[in-house]
Design a protein around this ligand. Structure first.
Ligand code: SF4
Length: 80
């Protein structure tokens, strides 16, 4: 079983936008995520961030109105 979450560019951007972490440093973001995500889901987190970042929470133009997790997103609450 994996013991951590790899914080790549998608994971970093989405974690900051949603409000899962305010940190910029990947290792600090990982620590914030580890506290909020169930251990059994660690193995799926990176795939979810990659797919969500690629098709919905895009870097330049996130598709917030179509996003299925907008109800829990800080960016949506504060900026859309
Ligand atoms: S509501 Fe927008 S900013 Fe928030 S996770 Fe969805 S696409 Fe990203």
């Amino acid at each position: 079983m994996l013991s951590g979450i790899a914080v790549d560019t998608h994971c970093k951007r989405i974690s900051n936008r949603i409000g899962l972490s305010k940190e910029k440093d990947p290792s600090k973001i990982e620590q914030d995520l580890l506290k909020q995500i169930d251990k059994s889901d660690y193995k799926d987190v990176n795939h979810l961030f990659i797919w969500h970042g690629r098709y919905t929470c895009k870097s330049q133009n996130p598709l917030c109105e179509k996003c299925t997790i907008k109800h829990m997103c800080s960016h949506y609450k504060n900026n859309v």
